[in-house]
Ligand binder design. Structure first.
Ligand SMILES: N[C@@H](CCC(=O)N[C@@H](CS)C(=O)NCC(=O)O)C(=O)O
Length: 212
């Protein structure tokens, strides 16, 4: 299975961690945002990462891709089977992809992607505005809903945790803080310590450090 993208994308990182939790081998073909790489564009003509190639099967969108991997490799189940747990897990997947990504995106793109990956100045005022006005509300919602077990659904690792923690990595890369959100800080540390995330993070942090 080939995945096109960069693990700096929260959507790509989510899929990589999902596959790693299942022990499914994924070959990451690194492409930059908006890349014209023909194989990537064939896999997703819309040009967004991640995109998957499994033989002659092509699929875009991180949530579609994890659903496909789950169907191919049902064990260990990362998308719960019990109806309410499944509904809740899919809610958190969407919360990570939409609410959290939308809040964190201005910080990550303007402080990291534009200046460091694309060599152009970011809109730092937009980053600061989202950090002050949008991020705290999203984090407060999450802070109040993390169970004692530090797993969002079924007191075990599921897609929900991978989808919610992945954008928190981008918040960290962008210099965002979890001050005032101790539960999220503990939750994030616990999930990121898992081997499925730990190796990815080490590489990302090392690359950013090298870039200065
Ligand atoms: N809903 C999609 C979102 C994918 C997405 O927006 N990816 C971003 C990177 S974080 C991208 O490739 N953007 C390129 C562009 O918008 O041109 C998913 O879950 O995969």
């Amino acid at each position: 299975m080939i995945l096109y993208g960069s693990s700096f994308s929260p959507f790509v990182r989510k899929v990589l961690a999902f596959a790693a939790e299942k022990g499914v081998a994924i070959d990451l073909h690194r492409v930059a945002r908006g890349s014209d790489d023909p194989a990537f564009r064939e896999a997703n003509p819309l040009g967004k990462m991640p995109a998957l190639r499994d033989g002659d099967y092509l699929l875009a969108d991180s949530s579609a891709i994890v659903a496909y991997i789950e169907a191919l490799h049902p064990e260990p189940a990362l998308i719960p089977v019990e109806p309410r747990a499944r509904g809740t897990a899919m809610f958190w997947d969407e919360f990570g992809d939409a609410e959290m990504f939308d809040a964190i995106r201005p910080l990550f793109f303007n402080r990291v992607v534009s200046p460091r990956f694309e060599g152009k100045p970011g809109d730092l005022a937009a980053a600061d505005a989202s950090e002050a006005d949008v991020v705290p509300g999203v984090l407060a919602y999450l802070e109040a809903r993390i169970p004692e077990s530090l797993f969002l659904v079924e007191d075990r690792i599921t897609l929900a945790d991978l989808a919610v923690v992945s954008p928190l990595v981008n918040l960290e890369h962008a210099g965002g803080t979890l001050d005032g959100f101790p539960r999220i800080a503990a939750y994030k540390a616990a999930i990121l310590a898992r081997p499925s995330f730990a190796g990815l993070l080490e590489k990302e942090r090392a690359l950013l450090a090298r870039m200065g």
